[in-house]
Design a protein around this ligand. Sequence first.
Ligand SMILES: [Zn+2]
Length: 156
Amino acid sequence: MKQDPDMVKIQNNMQPGSLSAEGFLGDDDRNLTDIINEDDQIVKRHGSSHQEIASRLREMTGAAAAGLGRPVNFGDDFIVSSEDHRGRIPCPFRDRFYADKRNTIAENRRTGKRLLWTDLNIHMIEVHGFYEGRGSSFRLEPAELVDFLFPESRRF
Ligand SMILES: [Zn+2]
């Protein structure tokens, strides 16, 4: 899909260097609009929404932060912990939002599977439906993310 000029500007912001050394797009060769649209379809097919995903990530982030660097239990399924790096990073969508530089790590106790996300990931998912480009270190694959976050409702 052809992008409007605002999205072209935002996509340029997401290249390595300007806001983050690595950028947000990895080696994805799709344009930003296509990345967002395709991930939106995947989330819907998995019966979830960006808001539901973001609010779950935020709950886990809050629980992890309360552990002050120590791993804590989250529900029956997870152990969560957080790493605070001080400082803030602006959202590349140019909406004047700044996220704390914090990583949250969650591990599923049964499967041992772990995922890591940042506060900026949560904002970009919730407000922009953006999970980063393929090949980016902080890309969250939507299908994998939904299965990971909601193991109790999606065991099949
Ligand atoms: Zn934003």
